[in-house]
Design a protein around this ligand. Structure first.
Ligand code: AMP
Length: 369
């Protein structure tokens, strides 16, 4: 369905991703409404309408269904009940519930990837001590135990390097679902985001390299410093996944580039992704532009990298320093307008663009010190 300028796009969730989505929608001539319980949420600054209600508030969902032309989400934890209410009341939510159902749960996510003939690290499901012991025997060390649902930025994960670790983790195992994954010995971590339009066309962004610190994305380097052939391979895999899973809207996929030369999917998210924030300055279209275009039924093509780019995440502990720094013309700071600058809270990001990638990385690291 083609959505015309001036019509309302509804976004479930009003964090920084929602804010940047609303900015892009506004630039493209659309109006936005956001459902977000936090009154002072980032997206409130940009949205034309802010429904300050819980994500599952029936009245608000009915209002959204009846008063918006298209509905999208900026986070994965949208409940199935919320989607039901939207759909029952005539809401148009082209992404539907499947991308959420699959990506909310690591076992479903990895199984669906493997079913397409694409590699992930070897994994086993864990429910209790017995299945944990069996999984460790089969997978061996080093391995990593992850909660199946609800973990992010390295939270809910335990690395196992020895029998000792196994014993310690056994003690704290709760009654919930986990997966045990083999540790991949990787050259680097990569990611790639694609968007599928409601008209079936797909736009795939360049492949980028990600460096994490304490489990949180630290910098993204675009393009990834890997062989062109591997970049193309990762783009093809990304396309195969979004097509194979029959998703609409954005799909960000994180990968390991193994020392064995293989590409392994780590995880995916059906929403804008932190590692694609560089697209706001580095590409001819941003990830937010493409999500809006795709959901409004426009024909998509692969966006182009116009400048080499580095993105530096600004966490709570970095705010004071970065606000004092003298930034150059090729360095653009985005602060999200969040309240308290708590440690490790994502408060903003800095995009650096230019010719010499190594210089940009060096400068980003200097600013991060
Ligand atoms: P995740 O929450 O699954 O993205 O994991 C957070 C980080 O932990 C990843 O970005 C990797 O640096 C590391 N990690 C997670 N799973 C593995 C694995 N199977 N092999 C190697 N490193 C991993």
């Amino acid at each position: 369905m083609l959505i015309e300028k001036g019509e309302y796009i509804a976004v479930l969730g009003g964090g920084q991703l929602g804010k940047m989505l609303c900015e892009s929608a506004k630039r493209q001539g659309y109006k936005t409404m956001v459902l977000e319980p936090l009154k002072s949420a980032c997206a409130a600054l940009e949205a034309d309408m802010h429904l300050v209600k819980p994500y599952d508030d029936k009245e608000s969902l009915v209002y959204i269904a009846k008063n918006s032309s298209v509905i999208t989400y900026e986070f994965e934890n949208v409940s199935s009940e919320a989607i039901d209410i939207l759909e029952e009341n005539g809401g148009y939510i082209p992404q539907g519930r499947r991308p959420l159902y699959i990506s909310q749960h690591r076992f479903r996510e990895k199984s669906s990837i493997n079913n397409l003939g694409i590699k992930t690290a070897e994994f086993r499901q864990v429910f209790d001590k017995e299945s944990f012991e069996k999984a460790v025997k089969e997978i061996g060390y080093p391995s990593i135990l992850k909660t199946s649902m609800g973990g992010y930025d390295g939270k809910g994960q335990w690395v196992l390097r020895s029998e000792d670790d196994f014993k310690k983790v056994s003690e704290i195992l709760e009654e919930r679902e986990y997966i045990l994954e083999k540790m991949v010995d990787f050259k680097c971590e990569l990611s790639c985001i694609a968007v599928k339009s409601t008209d079936g066309s797909i736009g795939v962004f360049p492949v980028v390299e990600n460096i994490h610190k304490n489990g949180i994305l630290h910098i993204t380097i675009a393009p990834a410093r890997i062989e062109k052939e591997v970049q193309e391979r990762v783009k093809e895999i990304t396309k195969k996944i979004i097509k194979g899973l029959d998703f609409v809207g954005p799909l960000a996929i994180e990968y390991f580039y193994g020392k064995d030369g293989e590409i392994y999917v780590n995880e995916m998210a059906p929403r804008p992704h932190n590692s694609a924030h560089y697209t706001m300055d580095g590409c001819d279209k941003s990830q937010f532009d493409l999500q809006i275009e795709g959901l409004c039924g426009k024909h998509l093509e692969d966006p182009k990298l116009i400048k080499n780019s580095v993105m530096l995440n600004i966490l709570g502990q970095d705010v004071e320093r970065i606000e004092k720094a003298e930034l150059k013309e090729n360095e653009k700071l985005y602060m999200y307008g969040k309240g308290e600058a708590k440690k490790d809270r994502k408060m903003g990001h800095l995009n650096l663009v230019g010719e010499d990638l190594e210089k940009l990385i060096k400068r980003a690291e200097e600013l991060a010190k």
